[in-house]
Design a binder for this molecule. Structure first.
Ligand code: PMP
Length: 344
């Protein structure tokens, strides 16, 4: 009898079940133990693979998607990549409206994955017809047999993490997790994961990471959107200028804000100290953990899970480029420069 070949049936079989990795050096001065949930181990290198597969498979189950259908979305890049990947494997078309704030690497990658990409101005309000929300809505109306994923307002985004990320963390920590620290963009990751974990143990503290220039923290504290809180910032995928319905604010105990500059330096520090080449928001969430330590959030018995959403390779022309860091005014320490000139 022919022996069975041990292979995944497609790249999509590799989504989820990402590893949890103990952080050893960067956390040396902090109380407790810290573990990174490595979402870069998804085949599309980010947590967004989970929602892309889950939302598309739900639509298939409901008969909404059929052969040749078109998937439409707005995205800072990661969700787009994941949707393009799932669309290719399953035989759908993919159209993406992305913000001009996204790195050129990300846009090139999306096009290489077969997606049709529309680049829209970043600093216009959400209801401006040029915004990526409005462009996606219009494309959805104009394209027959299309679905609009609408990750910021789609409860399936949150449910994908409730069904996968939450149970994985609970199982990996043997239920010993005391804190979850995660970035909030759509809020799907933090809300869905937290909902599962709090069902298992309501004592688990859930801390959301927000950007200066975003409304999430203030909204969580006051229930109001403060327009003065909105201004441009560099970190992609973190924070928001509107309130996403995918975020369940009741699941989040506290929001903490981080700066572009400190998050960038901390992303570089993760690489140098842990050998983990992670994305900009991994720097942001790690920076938040340092600030939380300063605020006395942790004790020696804390078991903290930190979600690292994506891989550093997506930021070669940004956080991991000395030139970019200098252009932002982030690079005042000479020893930071990786490029040492050799005198001949
Ligand atoms: N980090 C990165 C790099 C992202 O692209 C996103 C998604 N916008 C997030 C963090 C936040 O995840 P979520 O949308 O699930 O809140």
């Amino acid at each position: 009898m022919e022996k069975k070949i041990k292979a995944c049936q497609s790249i999509l079989d590799l989504i989820g079940n990402t590893p949890l990795v103990k952080l050893n050096q960067i956390t040396q001065d902090l109380k407790g133990e810290f573990y990174a949930k490595m979402e870069s181990f998804n085949p599309g290198h980010s947590a967004k693979d989970r929602i892309a597969a889950f939302i598309i498979e739900e639509a298939e189950r409901k008969g909404i998607l059929k052969e040749g259908s078109t998937i439409i979305e707005t995205t800072s890049g990661n969700t787009g990549f994941s949707l393009a990947m799932v669309a290719i494997v399953k035989g759908y078309k993919c159209i993406l409206a992305v913000s001009s704030k996204s790195s050129q690497d990300k846009i090139d990658m999306l096009r290489c994955m077969g997606a049709q990409v529309y680049v829209c101005p970043a600093h216009v309000s959400a209801d401006d017809p040029r915004s990526y929300y409005e462009v996606a809505k219009r494309l959805h109306e104009e394209t027959e047999d299309s679905i609009y994923i609408n990750q910021y307002f789609n409860e399936l985004n949150t449910e994908a993490h409730y069904r996968t990320t939450g149970p994985e963390i609970w199982e990996q920590t043997n239920g010993q997790i005391t804190h979850l620290v995660a970035c909030s963009g759509t809020g799907g990751t933090i809300s869905g994961t937290a909902r599962f974990l709090k069902e298992m143990n309501p004592e688990i503290r859930v801390i959301g990471v927000d950007a200066y220039g975003s409304v999430l923290k203030k909204y969580h504290e006051t229930g109001k959107i403060d327009k003065n809180e909105i201004y441009p910032y560099r970190i992609e995928g973190l924070g928001k200028n509107l309130i996403p319905e995918a975020t369940d604010f009741d699941m989040i105990d506290y929001f903490i804000k981080v700066t572009d500059r400190e998050s960038a330096h901390t992303a570089r520090e993760i690489a140098k100290k842990e050998g983990i080449f992670a994305g900009y928001t991994s720097g942001a969430v790690m920076q938040a953990v340092k600030q939380l330590h300063e605020q006395g959030e942790f004790t020696e018995s804390s078991r903290v899970v930190i979600i690292f959403p994506d891989h550093g390779s997506r930021y070669m022309s940004k956080v991991y480029s000395d030139k970019w860091m200098e252009a932002q005014g982030f690079m005042d320490a000479v020893e930071e420069s990786a490029q040492k000139k050799v005198e001949i």
